[in-house]
Design a protein around this ligand. Structure first.
Ligand code: 5GP
Ligand code: ZN
Length: 116
């Protein structure tokens, strides 16, 4: 299940290069090209879902796997004690730019308050 116009589908397919952090049968994690923190990793399903609402409705198990992968990556990045932030922009008001669901794992410095 891919979308030929989707940059994250192209990253999953290997058509666009990325710095991979972790890969399982159904999940890929790679470093954000424009990091907003010392650790900024994107966790995506290999199959294309538009956003969190779509994947949560279609495949709760895969949704859980994304969350588990995010926690695993944060621990591997040494963030378990200092803490980290998980963000999933969903839809226009959130500023979601890529229409393939992804979780941002951010950490490595004090991140400050969430934006309003
Ligand atoms: P959104 O705004 O959709 O929540 O986040 C999209 C993220 O994807 C942004 O943080 C942006 O820097 C990142 N991004 C956009 N294009 C690419 C790319 O080609 N490669 C990688 N690794 N990250 C990208
Ligand atoms: Zn996609």
């Amino acid at each position: 299940m891919t979308d030929t116009d989707c940059i994250f589908c192209k990253i999953v397919a290997g058509d666009i290069p990325s710095t991979k952090v972790l890969e399982t049968e159904r999940v890929l994690a790679f470093r954000d090209l424009y990091p907003k923190a010392p650790t900024h990793i994107l966790v995506v399903p290999k199959d294309h879902y538009a956003d969190t609402a779509a994947i949560a409705a279609a495949d709760p198990q895969l949704t859980g796997e994304l969350l588990n992968t995010a926690a695993e990556i944060a621990a591997a990045e040494g963030l378990a004690e200092s803490g980290w932030r998980l963000i999933a922009n969903t839809g226009p008001d959130s500023g979601q730019e890529v229409g393939h669901v992804h979780f941002h794992v951010l950490g490595g410095k004090p991140l400050g308050p969430m934006v309003s």
